[in-house]
Design a protein around this ligand. Structure first.
Ligand SMILES: NC(=O)NC1=NC(=O)NC1=O
Length: 244
């Protein structure tokens, strides 16, 4: 099977890192292709960034449909454009926040999210509510690390994230941790060993969920809300999004 992993931000080094993590867990018969859109923000740290990431993301979904991909992963913790992407896709489209929260709920009665900037915490709380995860989610903690700082070898990002994870276990009563950024995927295993508790990265969780759904012959339900968008005109820069 072929899975298209879309990092909605335009930082290709981050795309390559998360795709490598995805390929490490992918089954033998699964081909994972990682891409960033041609247009969009270098990182997604606000509602504004998220809104401007969606057109490029949807372009990649449309291209994926044309190229015959079996499933998609939206690899940004805000799950940007998830429902719109599901309207375009025949196969499953999995957001990393939804995937990580559901996986955490299967192995622990409670989890805390450890994320980047405090200003994105509200978005994580909103997703927990939207996904019915309020009774599991004990807290959303921010390390005040910019997304692209995660890639800086000179940054103390791993130490700061690990310390916040420890505080989540001690203070929130969380029994598992959900990493709140695709850029943290490479740190997941090491942090899990350091803190002695399950740490879930949404990128790898989403790849395995996508694989499972495809293996079960399950795709996006296309009868109602997630049916293909209706044909209509789109103007200006969005002109190319018109479909017959
Ligand atoms: N909470 C986050 O920082 N999410 C993210 N921003 C990105 O650019 N990628 C993410 O996963």
């Amino acid at each position: 099977m072929r899975i298209k992993l879309i990092n909605p931000n335009t930082t290709w080094s981050m795309t390559e890192a998360m795709t490598a993590c995805a390929r490490q867990v992918a089954a033998a018969g699964t081909e994972v292709t990682g891409v960033s859109p041609e247009m969009g923000p270098a990182s997604i740290e606000s509602h504004y960034d998220e809104a401007l990431a969606v057109p490029g993301l949807l372009q990649e979904i449309e291209r994926g449909e044309r190229d015959g991909y079996d499933a998609y992963v939206i690899a940004c913790f805000g799950d940007p454009g998830l429902s719109a992407a599901r309207e375009l896709a025949q196969g499953p489209v999995i957001g990393i926040a939804e995937a990580a929260m559901h996986m955490a709920s299967l192995i622990a009665p409670s989890f805390s999210v450890v994320t980047t900037l405090a200003r994105t915490s509200g978005m994580a709380w909103h997703l927990a509510e939207r996904y019915g995860m309020q009774r599991f989610c004990r807290n959303v903690r921010a390390c005040e690390i910019a997304v692209l700082e995660l890639e800086d070898p000179a940054s103390d990002a791993r130490a700061r994230i690990t310390d916040e994870c420890r505080r989540a276990l001690a203070e929130d009563g969380a029994e598992a941790i959900v990493l709140g950024c695709a850029g943290m995927a490479e740190l997941c295993a090491a942090i899990g060993r350091d803190i002695g508790a399950p740490v879930i990265d949404g990128v790898t969780a989403a790849v395995k969920l996508a694989e499972s759904l495809v293996a079960l012959g399950l795709g996006t339900a296309k009868r109602g809300e997630l049916a293909r968008p209706l044909p209509k005109a789109y103007h200006g820069l969005l002109r190319e999004f018109a479909r017959s």
